[in-house]
Design a protein around this ligand. Structure first.
Ligand SMILES: Cc1cc2nc3c(=O)[nH]c(=O)nc-3n(C[C@H](O)[C@H](O)[C@H](O)COP(=O)(O)OP(=O)(O)OC[C@H]3O[C@@H](n4cnc5c(N)ncnc54)[C@H](O)[C@@H]3O)c2cc1C
Length: 482
């Protein structure tokens, strides 16, 4: 993976820049010792690493603004960071960059049950947003599998999704307002505690902008009353493609389960060994969950079972208790971790029209054979958001490169069937060079012109999202490190 060479003038001024930052931040909030900055050298895409120049951990929006103002004046690149769980290398630093991490900013600022909103500092973890309101019967819907660790900041930047987003939408559908600090250090509020703000929909622009436009320090989020009940059903098949066809038929029938998750044999076995979720022994497994009253749940599950029966399932089992349901979901949410225990892997994130699932699953298995690397699949099937996990050996020379090439082919496949390069993990450094397969030169130019408006010097989150050759003229004449 190529990265621009660091700006030597910034590296040479490290002591001066750190001193300026220390002047505006509380003691202990600026980290520059190499043994400590190593902790920030990567995110969850651990294949690529680079320690930053320094790390800043502010406690208030005003401190974020003061740090950004200094970086802007000193021409220092800035990498915004939440919890560092990005799977796309979105929070990976460059050696001339200051990381601004908002992990210390994790307070609930306001809960308003009458208007069903919560306002939080964006360092708060996803799961603890629900934690703050569940006693009163509410929850925050977007539920990335990393929700115990990932921060609302990263969720907004990546427009994150999760298993239950089929019914409730992803982050952008549940975000009502954001406080954004610009690279110049200005603090602006976008949106607010209501459904639709006047004027241009700048909130939608910020959501999913991968730290390219500013640093989000506060968010107003929609909270929902907990459903009366929920029940998953496990549907096992002896063939991946058939499971894919079943998903397509459920969606076509107009039923809206809250989640339809898919796992293939490799992932079922790894998860079962790790979490003992009680999954059946089969080639492909669907976890379909519906919500409502008991009568509504029974009616929906009956229709889903009828559709599944047409595809000759080898197992069709409804959860019998809240404990069993919790175990089923614990398994699904631990699937990535379970796979990590058996192999190095790279997790992809393409989205496709649901009707293309059988074709794409078949092609992935053919590509896996061609490249000689195993691929496991565990993903949000209901909204066509695929997560092929390519298994490779990080210690075997050439394996990572082979894995990257296979990953590129799979993502191009997603684009070729009418889908796109990312569903929820973002572009980061991982899919940066593939953007030309999805967007024309003019498309990319318009997207970069938006960044020009927010970040004229192109200091925010360098070398992410836009292919290096395409963004070269805007980033300045930097050499590329191969
Ligand atoms: C085991 C595992 C499972 C996962 N499952 C899912 C899943 O189901 N769904 C899903 O969507 N993702 C998933 N992810 C990916 C990841 O958790 C999400 O992308 C998450 O939203 C990242 O949040 P974070 O706080 O860790 O952000 P980081 O990794 O710190 O940063 C992510 C991006 O956000 C930017 N950013 C961070 N803070 C700010 C800020 N304050 N202002 C502006 N930009 C900012 C960063 O620059 C970077 O580009 C998973 C990851 C792991 C490791």
């Amino acid at each position: 993976m190529e990265m621009p060479l660091p700006d030597q003038t910034v590296l040479a001024r490290k002591a001066e820049i750190v001193a300026l930052l220390r002047r505006v931040l509380p003691a202990g909030s600026v980290i520059d010792a190499p043994e400590e900055t190593y902790a920030y050298e990567c995110d969850a895409l651990t294949a690529y690493r680079c320690p930053p120049l320094a790390v800043v951990l502010p406690e208030t929006t005003e401190q974020v603004a003061a740090a950004l103002k200094i970086c802007h004046e000193q021409n220092v690149p800035v990498v915004p960071r939440g919890a560092g769980t990005s799977l796309a290398g979105g929070a990976m630093p460059t050696s001339d960059a200051v990381i601004i991490g908002i992990a210390k900013m994790n307070e609930v600022l306001e809960t308003d049950y009458d208007n069903r909103i919560i306002r939080v500092q964006t360092g708060r973890t996803n799961l603890s947003v629900t934690g703050a309101v569940e006693e009163n019967g509410f929850f925050y819907a977007p539920d990335p599998s990393s929700q115990l660790a990932c921060a609302i900041a990263g969720n907004i930047a990546m427009n994150s999704g999760g298993a239950h987003c089929l019914k409730y939408g992803v982050t952008t559908n549940n975000l009502l307002g954001a406080r954004l600090v610009t690279i110049e250090g200005d603090i602006i509020d976008v949106g607010g505690p209501y459904m639709d703000a006047g004027g241009l929909d700048l909130l939608a622009l910020i959501c999913g902008s991968e730290g390219q436009l500013g640093i989000v320090t506060e968010a107003t989020l929609r909270i929902l009353p907990k459903p009366e009940g929920a029940r998953p059903i496990l549907i096992g098949f002896d063939d991946n493609e058939v499971a894919g066809a079943c998903v397509s038929d459920v969606i076509k029938a107009g039923i809206l389960p809250v989640a339809i998750e898919f796992m293939d044999r490799i992932c079922i076995r790894a998860t079962e060994d790790f979490a003992g979720a009680g999954y059946p022994d089969c080639e492909a497994l669907l976890i379909v969950e519906v919500e409502g009253s008991d009568a509504e749940i029974d009616a929906q599950l009956e229709r889903i079972s009828e559709i599944a029966q047409k595809h000759n399932p080898v197992e069709l089992r409804q959860s019998q208790s809240a404990e069993e349901s919790a175990k089923i979901w614990l398994g699904r949410k631990s699937a990535f971790g379970a796979m990590g225990q058996i192999n190095d892997y790279m997790c992809l994130d393409g989205t496709i029209p649901v009707s293309q699932l059988p074709l794409v699953l078949r092609r992935i298995s053919e590509l896996s054979e061609e490249f000689g690397l195993k691929v496991g699949n565990v993903f949000h099937a209901g909204d066509g958001n695929m997560h092929p996990l390519i298994l490779f050996d990080a210690n075997k020379p050439g394996d990572l490169e082979k894995c990257e090439d296979l990953g590129a082919e799979i993502l191009k496949l997603c684009v070729s069937v009418g889908g796109c390069l990312t569903g929820e993990h973002g572009v980061g450094v991982e899919k940066r060079e593939l953007m030309t397969h999805q967007f024309s030169a003019d498309d990319l130019d318009i997207q970069m012109a938006v960044k020009d408006v927010f970040d004229e010097k192109w200091l925010l989150n360098p070398a992410k999202v836009f292919p290096l050759s395409v963004s070269a003229s805007r980033r300045g004449p930097q050499e590329v490190n191969r």
